[in-house]
Design a protein around this ligand. Structure first.
Ligand code: ATP
Ligand code: MG
Length: 565
């Protein structure tokens, strides 16, 4: 992978540096504004890394603001998970705020706009409002209620607030221009009536502000200097500016970047919620989910996700990033930090006939060749072992250098062994491989200098620990699961084989010590991660315990996906 040492500034960095240089602001304040209606996904991670990352780079700060203006779908469960995920990624917010904290202020400002003749109560139904909005090529029609007096508007708006009217019977609209070329300016709705319980304000309010009326003012209240959001909001920007200007409040500014899309997955919270609710996955943190908690459970590290976000950069145009790049970032980090262990996922028994029955010895293995400080460990060896079924072939093709009859191979860190015969069951399946070993090759090298072409991993049968291992494939079989023919659903693209569970895997015994310690990252419980030699990167799963070990495969050692088909 190409890495640029002399990094060019991205367009946001250019804007910030210019503003700092010309004194527009002394320091910067960004915000991350999730709606607490679901768990965060990898797209949010991009936004988090960007908002927190820019503030950090320029000595500024970042607020966490829950954009909780839509009471129906919001919940404190989501608020907690969002904070957890941001912390785990390694970021700290300056303040935590809620758009709902500003309901009173937003209401007062709405009254102010009414008094200025810039807002009115409209009795049209939502359907009528939609119909009268016009199209991109034709102007809209003024509402028959558009010219109400200020007094009448003030009275009606207050009564809306007091709960005198039914949901949907009235709205408050900004009075701008029903013929404006930007549809956003055709008297946008500021408030709707909704008798719903809010996760923080309870039943205090039965009118709720719309996104366009709440977001910019919330930014302004907090004195956000750079309100960074995704491209689809660019058409909202003039309206964002309009409200701030009419109210004469702190001039926050909005900037847009391209949202992150990843192949073979969906990223809308609504769809992720559907996967959870309808049981297609085990929960928001299912290791196949593109959620931050899903990646955490899968074994991703905060560093790997941050590096991924750094690597993809900040774009001004939408694009789709390959999932392989996420795995690349994970492998790159785990290669440096993961302890190596030996584990046999699909075991077949090996008996070393010339090794004494009652003998046991400890052999020395290196924990992490990438980091000497990780030291060494002892691995028990005895007469009966397990090796990977695929590491033995009776009739091998050319260039198969693993165990075959009469061919000498190295058992990693142990001895050279040679297969002498095999035992099979009635169906012809190999159930036991008989070998001899050369005692002079202890440690894995022959004193006479003879070489072997294959090295395979193994686990002592007498000492092995059993484990359940979960192997994952993509959750969706289609590159763009959302692209479905008329009448279809993204669910049609689910990969039926995305989870494979194997039982009775064999792991070297020190794993029991390895998993004893609880592991926290940035204060958040996280799995313990390993490289199982030759088999990939794995991590502990919360479904497991000391009596029943469960591991997830985070990724294979090499890219197993075909890039570009
Ligand atoms: P979704 O469409 O998945 O429900 P959302 O945009 O409604 O997401 P919010 O909670 O409003 O979710 O998002 C919080 C912040 O994260 C917003 O600033 C939004 O622009 C940003 N964000 C959401 N999805 C992505 C993405 N795929 N890439 C980059 N930023 C994103
Ligand atoms: Mg949103």
């Amino acid at each position: 992978m190409e890495e640029n040492n002399e990094k060019q500034l991205n367009f946001l960095e250019e804007i910030i540096e210019k503003g700092l240089a010309d004194g527009t602001y002394k320091s910067i304040l960004t915000r991350f504004p999730p709606e607490p209606n679901g768990y965060l996904h990898i797209g949010h991670a991009k936004s988090i890394c960007l908002n927190f990352g820019l503030a950090k780079k320029y000595g500024g700060k970042t607020n966490l603001r829950f954009d909780d203006t839509n009471p129906v779908k919001e919940d404190t469960e989501y608020v907690d998970s969002i904070q957890n995920d941001i912390r785990w990624l390694g970021f700290e917010w300056a303040g935590v705020h809620y758009a709902s904290d500003y309901f009173e202020q937003l209401y007062e400002w709405a009254v102010e706009l009414i008094k200025k003749g810039l807002a009115y109560v409209d009795d049209q139904t939502l359907e009528e409002i939609r119909q009268n909005r016009g199209t991109v090529t034709s102007p809209g029609k003024n509402s028959p209620w558009r010219d109400r007096s200020v007094e009448e508007n003030l009275d009606l708006f207050e009564r809306m607030k007091n709960g005198e009217f039914a949901d949907g019977s009235r709205v408050l609209r900004a009075k701008i221009d029903m013929a404006h070329p930007n549809m956003m300016f055709r008297d946008p709705i500021m408030y709707r009536i909704l008798h719903a319980h809010h996760h923080r304000t309870g039943d205090k309010w039965c009118i709720y502000p719309m996104y366009d009326y709440a977001h910019g003012q919330s930014d302004s209240i907090e004195h956000i200097t750079h309100s960074i959001c995704t491209l689809e909001f660019d058409i909202h920007r003039p309206l964002y500016d309009w409200f701030i200007e009419q109210l004469g409040i702190y001039p926050s500014h909005q900037y847009e970047f391209a949202r992150l899309n990843i192949d073979y997955t969906v990223m809308s919270k609504r769809k992720l919620l559907q996967l959870v609710k309808e049981g297609y996955v085990s929960g928001w943190d299912d290791p196949r989910m593109p959620t931050i908690c899903g990646f955490r459970r899968r074994g991703y590290t905060p560093e790997s996700i941050r590096n991924f976000c750094e690597r993809i950069g900040v774009a001004k145009r939408d694009n789709i990033i390959s999932y392989s790049l996420l795995e690349f970032s994970l492998r790159e980090h785990l290669n440096k930090v993961a302890q190596r262990r030996m584990a046999v996922l699909d075991p077949v028994k090996v008996v070393i006939d010339n090794y004494p029955e009652d003998k046991e010895e400890m052999l020395t293995a290196i924990n992490n060749p990438e980091n000497e400080a990780d030291g060494k460990r002892e691995v028990p060896f005895c007469r009966e072992l397990y090796i990977e079924r695929e590491d033995f072939m009776e009739n091998p093709p050319k260039k198969y250098f693993r165990m075959t009859p009469g061919n000498e191979v190295r058992l990693r860190y142990a001895y050279f062994v040679k297969c002498q015969s095999v035992e099979k069951d009635a169906d012809g399946n190999v159930i036991c491989i008989h070998c001899t070993y050369d005692p002079a090759t202890r440690g894995g090298d022959a004193p006479d200098g003879r070489k072997v072409k294959g090295t395979i991993h193994w686990v002592s049968a007498r000492h092995a620990v059993n484990a359940e291992v979960r192997l994952f494939d993509r959750l969706f079989a289609a590159e763009a699961p959302d692209d479905v023919p008329e009448g279809g659903s993204f669910l049609d693209n689910l990969n039926p084989d995305s989870l494979r569970t194997i039982n009775n895997c064999k792991i070297e015994p020190c794993i029991l010590d390895d998993i004893k310690q609880e592991h926290y990252e940035n204060g958040v419980a996280a799995p313990v991660r390993f490289q199982f030699e030759r088999m990939g990167y794995f991590c502990t799963d919360p479904d497991g315990n000391a009596d029943h070990l469960v591991f997830n495969r985070s990724c294979t050692l090499k890219d197993s996906f075909k890039i570009n088909g």
